[in-house]
Design a protein around this ligand. Structure first.
Ligand code: SF4
Length: 304
């Protein structure tokens, strides 16, 4: 694939495309241009998807539901019934034990999430809602985790994160995905009950809701007691209309790099990469035709 047009016709400009691109340009090529599947899925990723699903359900009338049962149903959906279910999960130890540990962690996070008045009393305007927005003539799509009206009347746009490590607070104001969501709420459309609507909304704050902040300490640490929660989940920032306008230029710069047909490895991401097997089997110095021929010969010798 050599031309900008071919690449543009192949990739889908989703927020996840942007996320992969920013994480490793080579991974972006494997995933979004070559359309290769990851070699495996992490249990932690499936855990995150299950938590997202239950959080939506809580605000859709299940606030006092049975968290264990909601979580297990959601986890089973991602394990066995989603469109990625055929990709193997890389369990670290015994699968049943690991599922039990994930369930315990999920229930702990969800229990502490729903115990907070600021969550129970928030009015959720959009939850896991698809969006679309044109930027410089290109259509960007994705899904927003949550947009809520807080008890003090302010409106927040929230991206739930379930990673073990707390994101860097200083990176939040420059997070392109968060700006993309804010941009879409102001200039784009969201899909509500199968109808595309234009919220034309500037939110008061946008940021990450770090779900692991609801985990509790199991051992005593300095300044904290056993059972205390790990910290505030909110990592917020603000966006002005000038920020949103400047974002168009940022997107233009990223997009022009994304459609150039060469992609550099970002080895900082390699240790966790689900594309590592695709990556190590590539050799940019050998022409594709020769590589294919070599693979065929190896296959004949039953070595490939
Ligand atoms: S193994 Fe490293 S360089 Fe290769 S795709 Fe993954 S993150 Fe990128």
């Amino acid at each position: 694939m050599t031309t900008k047009q071919e690449i543009l016709e192949t990739i889908e400009l989703r927020q996840s495309t942007l996320k992969t691109w920013l994480s490793c340009p080579l991974m972006y090529r494997f995933r979004h241009i070559d359309k290769l599947e990851p070699a495996f899925r992490y249990p932690g990723t499936i855990h995150g998807s299950a938590l997202h699903m239950v959080l939506k359900q809580l605000h859709d009338g299940e606030m006092d539901g049975d968290l264990r049962s909601l979580y297990i149903k959601a986890l089973n959906h991602y394990l066995y019934a989603s469109d990625e279910s055929h990709i193997p999960v890389r369990w670290k130890r015994d699968m049943a034990k690991e599922i039990e540990a994930l369930t315990k962690n999920g229930v702990e996070i969800l229990e502490n999430y729903r115990s907070k008045a600021y969550n129970r009393d928030a009015i959720v305007l959009f939850s896991e809602v698809p969006f679309r927005v044109k930027i410089l003539g290109y259509l960007f799509t994705g899904t927003m985790d949550q947009c809520r009206k807080n008890v003090d009347g302010t409106i927040s746009l929230i991206d739930f994160k379930s990673s073990k490590m707390r994101p860097n607070q200083y990176a939040i104001p420059n997070d392109l995905q968060l700006t993309l969501y804010s941009y879409a709420l102001k200039f784009g459309e969201v899909l509500v009950d199968d109808i595309w609507v234009k919220p034309n909304m500037m939110v008061d704050s946008v940021g990450i809701y770090f779900l692991r902040g609801h985990e509790v300490y199991k051992r005593k640490v300095v300044g904290k007691e056993i059972g205390d929660e790990k910290g505030s989940p909110f990592m917020m920032t603000t966006k002005t209309i000038q920020d949103l306008r400047a974002f168009r230029h940022e997107i233009r710069a990223q997009l022009s790099a994304m459609v150039k047909p060469w992609y550099y490895p970002n080895t900082a991401s390699c240790s966790f990469c689900t594309y590592a097997t695709h990556c190590v089997s590539r050799n940019d110095n050998v022409p594709e035709k020769d590589a294919e021929l070599a693979h065929e010969l190896l296959a004949e010798l039953k070595l490939a």
